[in-house]
Design a protein around this ligand. Structure first.
Ligand code: URP
Ligand code: ZN
Ligand code: ZN
Length: 459
């Protein structure tokens, strides 16, 4: 299929210009001021629209098993939600059980992702580390297109890695040319506070926020950065949600350490009143880690996005139904953690970022696509509207209003944490691998249309 996009404003992270864009065979053939339409091509008039690289959401959990339940959005419907919001690629997480073969777990996730409707790639979580683990991690990096590995400083019963192992893992992974990412919250603080609150009879979901205070995140972020410095490893902090953690990142960046930060669209718009001002059932919908924070932290995050101490905005899409949430209505520690966001991530950043004059359109593109492509080493194949790049493109209407409702969203859950919000700025058309898959608010994409995107080591 050949497509010529005419009259749009092409916005890349490094600048914008009015240009035509010619797509052929799944990639971008030309970006020039005036392109003569080749025979048999579809012409799309993009007057008044921005032509931007398809969003890359570097943090999703699609169809992720957690004990006896799994996240509701799978690779098929989750991918559709992504495409309708302008995201054409996700980097999801393979979470091996402790001691499980890394290659086996990777195979399980690849199997589930066969139905993907958007492009995808995988981070792998390091849940155990020894010589045997190292061999498998090296194979994932060298032969399976995985160049980033997540480490948890919390969830002691399941996926936390203790500090000594974390330094070893950081050093080994950095030597492979891969990137270590970290979920940073102090497990001792959380465990202590959880027990204390429950002992005192506080079982309401607000206990989740009270047991995971900003100081727990700031300490663990600082510690992860210190471990990375000793291990001589670049590091990427996932879902950074608070001012203190951001200060630790800023200090390291000023010292010249290679530290990246990702924040989530949800943490930019929701505050902790969702826990304190709601009855149990509703408050339980917002349980995710780190929790939504008080308003001063939202201000700190926005400053970080604007001055680029935070490079990437992800969603951490990790959806559980109300029935799943209800498991913990009378014990907040039993509520499965996670929030949606894959569908509204780009709208949130446009509406609250660009329209609110906090960031430029180029910064929007950088934070929703290009920076993830660069950091995870798939640029300029992804993350750019440039000749030679893959034709994952969004025609973004900066004035289109989108009203969020669980009755119309494409998530497979029965509520929305953004219920009632109106975001201005939304896709008119989404192009995936050179094909129009979303147009006139309708999706036209087959299960399996999403392609696996291997990511080579960074050096
Ligand atoms: O609460 C969250 N964020 N759940 C998903 C797993 C994770 O830690 O990213
Ligand atoms: Zn996490
Ligand atoms: Zn996550």
């Amino acid at each position: 299929m050949k497509i010529l996009i005419q009259n749009g404003l092409v916005v890349n992270a490094d600048g914008s210009a009015k240009s035509d864009v010619l797509i052929e065979g799944g990639s971008i053939k030309a970006v020039e001021t005036s392109i003569t339409p080749p025979e048999g091509c579809r012409i799309i008039d993009a007057e008044g629209l921005l032509v931007i690289p398809g969003g890359i959401d570097p943090h999703t959990h699609l169809e992720m098993p957690v004990g006896d339940i799994r996240t509701a959005d799978g690779f098929e419907d989750g991918g559709k939600a992504a495409l309708s919001g302008g995201t054409t690629m996700v980097i999801d997480f393979v979470n091996p059980l402790r001691g499980q073969s890394y290659l086996e777990a990777y195979g399980q996730w690849m199997e589930r992702a066969k139905k993907a409707t958007c492009n995808y790639s995988f981070h792998v979580t390091v849940t155990w580390f020894n010589e045997e683990a190292a061999k498998e991690i090296a194979l994932l990096a060298k032969e399976h297109g995985v160049n980033s590995f997540k480490h948890f400083t919390t969830y002691r019963d399941t996926i936390m890695l203790e500090q000594g192992k974390m330094i070893e893992s950081f050093n080994f992974i950095a030597k492979l040319g891969c990137l270590c990412t970290v979920h940073a919250e102090n497990d001792e603080i959380i465990t202590y506070l959880q027990k204390k609150l429950l002992r005192e009879g506080l079982t309401h979901p607000k206990g989740h926020a009270l047991s995971r205070p900003p100081v727990a995140e700031a300490e663990a972020t600082n510690r992860a950065i210190a471990l990375a410095e000793v291990a001589e490893a670049p590091i990427y902090i996932v879902h950074l949600s608070s001012g203190g953690a951001l200060n630790a990142v800023r200090a390291a960046q000023r010292r010249g350490q290679e530290v990246y930060a990702e924040s989530l669209c949800g943490h930019l718009v929701l505050d902790d009143s969702v826990y304190f001002d709601n009855p149990r059932e509703k408050a339980a919908r917002y349980v995710m880690s780190p929790p939504y924070r008080s308003p001063e932290h939202l201000d700190a995050l926005w400053k970080g996005v604007a001055d680029e101490a935070i490079q990437v905005i992800g969603s951490d899409n990790c959806t559980f139904t109300q029935a799943n949430r209800n498991r913990g209505l009378h014990d907040f520690t039993k509520i499965p953690n996670g929030s949606p966001g894959i569908e509204d991530r780009m709208r949130i950043l446009w509406d609250r970022g660009v329209r609110s004059k906090r960031i430029s359109a180029e910064q929007f593109v950088a934070a929703t696509s290009t920076n993830a492509a660069r950091i995870f080493n798939i640029y300029p194949q992804k993350g750019a509207v440039k000749p030679g790049s893959d034709a994952d493109i969004v025609l973004w209407n900066p004035e289109k209003e989108h009203h969020v409702s669980s009755t119309t969203h494409r998530h497979a859950i029965d509520y929305s944490v953004f219920e009632g919000f109106t975001f201005t700025g939304s896709p008119e058309i989404t192009i995936l691998n050179g094909e129009v898959v979303f147009e006139k608010d309708e999706l036209n994409v087959a299960a399996g249309a999403g392609k696996f995107v291997p990511r080579p080591p960074r050096w």
